[in-house]
Write a protein that binds this ligand. Structure first.
Ligand code: ZN
Ligand code: ZN
Length: 434
């Protein structure tokens, strides 16, 4: 009987051991979360202005969605997914990215029947079981957008403009855009044939991963990061020289429209996405502060994805995703981190009797939208110590005397100066006056 009880409460049996977060995941704590909120608010404002509307898909999806939508041969599907068997035997996966889920939802809810193209954005956690390293987490966050229903190069130009706008308004400086076209199912196969042939002659100077990719997914060899492979990779033929006339025209139009918008970019003929469904326009935003893994956002066109998911309708689309963890890291390194999370006003009640009065005063003042902290400590000296450690600028003292006279004592914590003022004056003060 005793043994069964212990088994039912395994935590009790090892109560001396502190439970920690899962390896590779992390808690985001205040005051750092203030910067996350600022980034997300800036993004939401820009999405609103470009008339992108929010979509929220589940973090759990059928494994098949990513096997088909992301590609069996990608590192993500081969070794990085959190996949498990559900109790009914079905295979589920924590989403490693959101484009395939968004397209799944688009098809499932027949959003193609809505007027115009669908412009959707998402903000949320993704999951990949990567090797833990600085700035990489197994639960990470993406801010992304998808424009579905058109293959026009004008949509490509606008979504790149949107990405640049979101990053700028979030406060990121000194980033650059790199651009490529990865062709289409008409022109890519013959290029891949040439690439395979070239790679056969270079197997000796390539890493083990590349030797495997050379047969299964030769395009991926182009973005191998192994330094020893670079001379061989640099000598491979460029996809840009092998585009069909439609892809060439499409890419020229995108470049013309970016120039019209005065959006600077660099051509990067070796830029391919890790995901199989990308075609034509492919882009990435890099930022110096992030070191070797300097990509802060990436995206591209995925006209074939809907068909890969079994759709009978065409759903050409293009999208991007921003690595929010990396964006926040870059902003922190540029000095955007909030220095404190002190409230606008700290109310210190003197004595138990004043606490109740202070509580209703706090409630009224909070209606201004100001952050008002109420000390639950009846001793003034102790309250002032707490306020000091919080870095509070102003403390309002509420005692018997103040309650009787209807005018409170406001203490400037920097100078120690005190003045008395009525509730109306407090309202004005918190509303931004003085
Ligand atoms: Zn083509
Ligand atoms: Zn390699």
């Amino acid at each position: 009987m005793a043994r069964r009880a212990a088994a039912a409460h395994p935590a009790k049996a090892r109560s001396e051991e502190l439970i920690r977060a899962v390896k590779g995941t992390r808690d985001l704590l205040p005051p750092a979360t203030a910067l996350w909120n600022r980034v997300e608010e800036a993004a939401r404002r820009v999405f609103h202005a470009y008339h992108y509307r929010e979509i929220r898909t589940p973090v759990l999806e059928p494994t098949e969605l990513f096997a088909r939508g992301v590609g069996q041969e990608t590192d993500i599907v081969r070794k990085e997914m959190y996949t498990f068997e559900d109790r009914d035997g079905s295979s589920l996966t924590l989403r490693p990215e959101a484009t395939a889920p968004v397209i799944r939802a688009y098809l499932e809810h027949r959003l193609d029947q809505q007027p115009g193209i669908q412009k959707l954005f998402y903000i949320g956690p993704m999951f990949r079981r990567e090797r833990p390293q600085k700035g990489r987490y197994r639960q990470f966050h993406q801010i992304g957008a998808e424009a579905i229903g058109s293959s026009s190069p004008a949509v490509d130009a606008e979504i790149i403009e949107l990405l640049v706008e979101v990053l700028s308004r979030a406060g990121l400086e000194g980033f650059s855009l790199v651009l490529n076209s990865v062709g289409c199912p008409r022109c890519r196969p013959s290029y891949l044939e040439r690439l395979r042939a070239e790679l056969r002659g270079k197997a000796a100077s390539l890493c083990a991963d590349c030797r495997r990719r050379a047969e299964t997914n030769p395009l991926r060899v182009l973005d191998c990061k192994v330094p020893e492979d670079q001379p061989a990779i640099a000598s491979l033929p460029s996809l840009l020289d092998h585009l069909c006339s439609e892809c060439r025209e499409h890419f020229a139009a995108v470049r013309r429209m970016l120039a019209q918008r005065a959006i600077a970019y660099e051509l990067a003929p070796r830029l391919v996405r890790g995901l199989d469904y990308y075609m034509r326009t492919t882009f990435e935003v890099v930022h110096g502060a992030l070191g070797a893994q300097n990509s802060v956002a990436g995206g591209g066109r995925y006209d074939g994805l809907a068909e890969a998911l079994g759709a009978k309708i065409a759903a050409p689309g293009i999208g991007f995703s921003i690595g929010e963890d990396r964006l926040v890291l870059a902003l922190e390194e540029a000095g955007h981190a909030p220095s404190s999370c002190a409230p606008d006003l700290f109310i210190a009640a003197v004595g138990e009797a004043a606490l109740e009065h202070a509580a209703s005063l706090a409630r009224r003042l909070r209606a201004t939208g100001a952050a008002v902290e109420l000390s639950f400590e009846p001793r003034l000296k102790r309250s002032l110590e707490i306020a000091n450690r919080l870095g509070v600028g102003r403390v309002l003292i509420v005692g018997e005397e103040e309650i009787a006279s209807g005018s409170y004592t406001l203490r400037d914590m920097q100078t120690g100066e005190q003045r008395s003022l009525c509730e109306e004056a407090l309202w004005r003060l918190l509303a931004g006056g003085n």
